[in-house]
Design a protein around this ligand. Structure first.
Ligand code: LLP
Length: 421
C-alpha cells in the first residue's frame, strides 16, 4: 500500500497534487511520501513485536538526508556499506550505537570513521578484513563488536545480479568454514564477536529461501555457542521483495516474513536485526517525468520522456519493470495502446519499456514511474551531462525540495582544466 493515489482524476502524493510539484520544480523529479515510509517501517517494527529487535534501514536504497532523518525519528537503526553512508546516517541524527556497518570491501579509512564515530557492529566478510579491523582497533585502543557474514549457499530465486547468498557470489564466508573463521575472529585482539550476519539477496518474492537460510542460521547459532562464542545478535539482512507490476505480482507480506523469523529463530534468545531497504523505500517514491515527443517509428510509437536511464537505471540494468501511469487519470474505459517508452540518452539501452500498454498520451503530458523510491535516485548519474534530478518529500499537504537540481555551472565547475592542457 502506498500514498500515491488518484483523487478527482489527478495523481496525488499524499494530499499534494503531483502536477503542482511539477509546476513548482520542473520535471523530471523524484517524490517520496513520509506516510508510506512510516507505514513500511512499522510493518517490520510491529511484525517483530516483542522479540528484541532493531530494524536497520539499508541506507543504500535511498540515502537522502531527509529520508534518513524521518526514519531515524521513528527509531530506525541503519545499515551502511561505505564511509559515505556512515557519515550520512550520522549527519541525519542516527547514533553510532544504531549503525551496522556491512560490505565486502571496507577500507581502513572507512572502518576508522566508524570506530571514531561509534558503531553498533561491523559485519565482517573475510579473514583479511578481520585481520585489518583487528589491527586498526588495537592501534586505536578500542574493542569493536563484530559478526561474520555467513554465506549459506541458498538460492534466493531472484535476478542473478542481486542474489548474494550462493557460493559463487562474492559475499560472506562459506557456511562450511564458519566454525573455523569464528575461532580465528575470537582469537584476534580488538574484536568482540557478538553474533552472526546473513543476507541472501534482494527482491525475493518467495519466503521459502529465507526460511531455508534461517534454519541453517539457527543450527549455526547452536553450534557456535557450543564452541564457546557469544551469539547475542542475528543480523538477517534485507531482501523482501515489493510488487512492481500492478496487482499482478503479490510478494509475501512483511508480517508473514516476521512470522518466519519468530518461528525459526524466536526461541534462540537473541536480538534480531533486519536490514530492509527496498520494502521501506521502494513504494514510497515515484519518478515524475514529462513526455517531450511522441514519435512514430516503424510499426511502433515511441514515447520520448525527459527522464532517462541516468535517472532510473533499473530497467536498463536488470530489465526491471516499473508501472508507468499518466498523472491525469484516463477516462474510464479509455482505449489502451502500446508504446516504446524511452529517454533522450544516446544509446538504445535507454529504454524503460517496450510495447507497454497505456491510454493515449500526448506530448507535454506528465507520467509517473511507480515503485521508484528505492534504488532510483541513489543509482542515478549525470551521464550525457544531465543534471541529477531533484528529490521532493511530501508529508500530508506539505512538500519540500530535499535535494535541489544542480545548475549547469555547478556541474561544469566541478571539473578543472590543468594549465598545461
Ligand atoms: N543488507 C545488505 C548487506 C545488502 O547488500 C542489501 C542490498 C540490503 C541489506 C537491502 O536489501 P533490500 O531489502 O533492499 O532488498 N540495485 C538493486 C538492488 C541491490 C541490493 C543490494 N543489497 C536493484 O535496484 O534492484
Amino acid at each position: 500500500m502506498d500514498h500515491f493515489l488518484y483523487r478527482d482524476g489527478a495523481l496525488h502524493a499524499e494530499d499534494v497534487p503531483v502536477a503542482d510539484i511539477a509546476t513548482a520544480v520542473g520535471t523530471p523529479f523524484y517524490v517520496y511520501s513520509c506516510a508510506t515510509l512510516t507505514r513500511h517501517y512499522r510493518l517490520f517494527d510491529e511484525g517483530l513485536g516483542d522479540l528484541p529487535h532493531l530494524v536497520c534501514y539499508a541506507v543504500k536504497a535511498n540515502s537522502n538526508q531527509a529520508v534518513l532523518a524521518h526514519l531515524a525519528g521513528l527509531g530506525a537503526g541503519m545499515d551502511v556499506v561505505s564511509g559515505g553512508e556512515y557519515l550520512r546516517a550520522r549527519a541525519a541524527g542516527v547514533p553510532g550505537e544504531k549503525i551496522v556497518f556491512s560490505g565486502v570491501g571496507k577500507t581502513l579509512d572507512e572502518m576508522r570513521l566508524a570506530l571514531e564515530g561509534g558503531v553498533r557492529q561491523v559485519n565482517l566478510e573475510s579473514e583479511p578484513e578481520m585481520a585489518a579491523l583487528s589491527g586498526l582497533a588495537t592501534a586505536m585502543g578500542v574493542e569493536v563488536p563484530v559478526t561474520v557474514r555467513v554465506n549459506p549457499d541458498v538460492d534466493a530465486r531472484t535476478h542473478e545480479k542481486i542474489a548474494t547468498g550462493k557460493k559463487e557470489n562474492k559475499f560472506g564466508i562459506p557456511i562450511s568454514r564458519a566454525r573455523d573463521v569464528y575461532a580465528q575472529a575470537a582469537a584476534l585482539p580488538g574484536l568482540r564477536v557478538v553474533g552472526i550476519d546473513m543476507h541472501i539477496g534482494s527482491q525475493l518474492v518467495e519466503l521459502e529461501p529465507f526460511e531455508q537460510a534461517y534454519r541453517l542460521l539457527a543450527d549455526l547459532t547452536r553450534q557456535l555457542r557450543a564452541d564457546g562464542h557469544e551469539i547475542a545478535r542475528l543480523d538477517l539482512g534485507g531482501g523482501l521483495g515489493i510488487p512492481y507490476e500492478g496487482s499482478n505480482a503479490a510478494p509475501p507480506l512483511p508480517t508473514d516474513y516476521c512470522d518466519i523469523v519468530r518461528r525459526v529463530l524466536g526461541d534462540l534468545d537473541v536480538e534480531i536485526e533486519i536490514e530492509p531497504g527496498r520494502l521501506i523505500a521502494g513504494n514510497a517514491g515515484i519518478l515524475v517525468s514529462r513526455v517531450i515527443y511522441l514519435k512514430s517509428g516503424e510499426g511502433r510509437d515511441f514515447l520520448i520522456l525527459d527522464s532517462a536511464m541516468n535517472d532510473l537505471i533499473r530497467p536498463a540494468m536488470y530489465g526491471a519493470w516499473h508501472d508507468i501511469v499518466p498523472v491525469i487519470a484516463p477516462q474510464a474505459g479509455a482505449e489502451m495502446q502500446p508504446y516504446d517508452i524511452v529517454g533522450p540518452v544516446c544509446e538504445s539501452g535507454d529504454t524503460f519499456a517496450r510495447g507497454r500498454m497505456m491510454p493515449a498520451v500526448a506530448a507535454g503530458d506528465l507520467v509517473a514511474f511507480r515503485s521508484a523510491g528505492a534504488y532510483g535516485a541513489v543509482m542515478s548519474s549525470e551521464y550525457n551531462t544531465r543534471p541529477l534530478i531533484p528529490e521532493i518529500l511530501v508529508k500530508g499537504d506539505q512538500f519540500a525540495v530535499i535535494r535541489a537540481r544542480p545548475t549547469f555551472d555547478e556541474i561544469i565547475n566541478r571539473d578543472t582544466i590543468p594549465e598545461w592542457v
